[in-house]
Design a protein. Structure first.
Length: 59
């Protein structure tokens, strides 16, 4: 989970830098899509962790 957060921070920073430099090309859009994919993966991981915590609590 921390790796995903780290990747998102680095990627978002580089995307902002490209946007500020008015360098919006296919790399920018691929990076933007990848940020959303990482967010989706993060949501899935959090749901799985929450499910496992509930299972442990029921023991």
């Amino acid at each position: 989970m921390s790796l995903i957060f780290g990747l998102m921070v680095i990627l978002a920073g580089s995307l902002v830098k490209r946007y500020d430099a008015n360098n919006i090309d296919y790399v920018f859009w691929i990076g933007t899509i990848f940020v959303f994919v990482l967010m989706g993966a993060l949501v899935l991981i959090i749901k799985k962790i929450s499910k496992k915590i509930k299972e442990i609590k029921d023991l």
